[in-house]
Ligand binder design. Sequence first.
Ligand code: BES
Ligand code: ZN
Length: 587
Amino acid sequence: MDIHSHSEPNRVRVTHVSLDLVLDFEAREARGTAELSLERLDPNAPLVLDARGLLVENVMGSGGGPRDFALGEEDEQLGSALTIALEPLDRSVLIGYRTSARSDAMQWLAPEQTADGEGPFLFTQGQSIFTRTWIPLQDTPGVRVTYDAAVHAPEGLTAVMSAEPLEREDDGAFRFRMEQPVPPYLIALACGRIEFRAISSRCGVWAEPSVVAGARDELSDTEAMIASAEALFGPYRWERYDLIILPPAFPFGGMENPRLTFATPTILAGDKSLVALVAHELAHSWSGNLVTNATWSDFWLNEGFTVYLEGRIMERVFGKERAEMEQVLALHGLEKEMAELEPRDQVLHGDLAGRHPDGGFSVVPYQKGALLLRRLEQVFGREAFDRFLTRYFDEHAFQSITTADFEAYLRSELLERSPALAAQVDVRRWIHEPGLPEDAPRPSSSLLAKVDTELARWRAGAAPEELETRGWVTQQWQHFLQGLPETLTAEQMAALDRSFHFTASKNSEVLTDWLTLAIRHGYSAADARLEEFLLDVGRRKFLKPLYTELAKTEDGLRRARAIYERARPRYHAVATGTLDKILKWEA
Ligand code: BES
Ligand code: ZN
């Protein structure tokens, strides 16, 4: 069972969610009803749901009349159990409720936080356990639901969801339905002044008017990615694949909401150099959305598989060299982060007892997970491993599975069929022990090796302008910045900036690497850019290293807190949760 949910789906199980919600941007609340269809496995059991930050007003049973309900004591991490007494004839319940300022899934943005500044914006973020803050339901990835929704939005705003859009009716509400069962964390809604541009007949992008044309160009390879993924891992089962570019406050790079990936505008670098994120979120259409982690301890089944698939898609669409560079950078990131983690957080099958699922968040499930799959590919051969994966997705489609389920399937379908090969990988150790096994594949990249050569020349005294950097791509610049020595003088920083214009970089990854160095080495010419970036961008992956670096000195911490005071109201709860700790902020 799932330790992060109060629900008892083995007694009464929710099978379908039907929403009817009014979005009130002035009050910053959604209000209306959620009708939950039920499977009554134990006819005497009550319905137990998860809820947090919700004001439940009334509950009606389909058997007729109101039903008693009680909100249990609030757990700091999980929220409350909402227990509803059922009558024998109840096959569904209708819950009247409203969200509150404590509904962490919902981020309401003021017009000035959007690209165009002309209207407010709302988006939801369900993963990992935030859906319960805007919809009362059984918020565990082990319980899949179909859903439909009617969303009433103010004039001029468009609502989109992780579902099929239906015709608008006379009441003007936006209507949606998702007929494939999905885990609750994939129910998602966004609403703002947005427009759509097609990329292909089954794929396109939503964004604010000033962003949408550029976004379409940047993401024009998405159709090729879908076709590649299908060739590798079997049919795409969600009909359409669209993206929405959200305002910069979005706390993640991307979120794989079915049919509609939510993405940060910081991937729009202008040269398609950061579109691996699209390959990643698209890959979740197989690993994550089709075959889902049953609990958050099995998160690596979602992310490790997805990073592996992402690499395969990138290789097919952009070539081996691009994929290799990204893998080398990722491995360095893993090694760096793993060195700082306590042993229990270095294990693929996560130990989350007593913790919020996001408390154990790191690159380990992503990169160590992907390395295990690359190791299996290496040992069993690409052809056999691809066949295994395609069948894995097929046979577990629309199911939620545990790590133990995967281990059993791997054993019977791959390991036991070739014992001699199986002896070359200690799968149990990979999944259940800390650290990185010695047989982890070591990617290498000739394009990054060139960077190492230039770094060595620079260290030996060559001036920045003497380095051979012509034609370098984003990943090479990242490798360059990450490979600079631990100590740099402000002079050296200034010389690098004069030659390579890092402070002016429009590339969010390069800029974050550079600004981290600027803080560390006291390069104050980048201060204004740093402040501007921290005030504009809400992506946790960038905020975390920058604030962490600032917090290392007393003076830096003071600066960080001054910026944070202004920026915090614009950040998502997911980001402030992490940053409050780094900056010792009392909310
Ligand atoms: N599903 C994740 C985002 C997520 C993870 C949200 C855990 C909440 C809890 C998404 O697919 C993801 O991994 N996004 C990454 C980008 C990716 C290219 C590694 C991100 O947002 O940085
Ligand atoms: Zn992911």
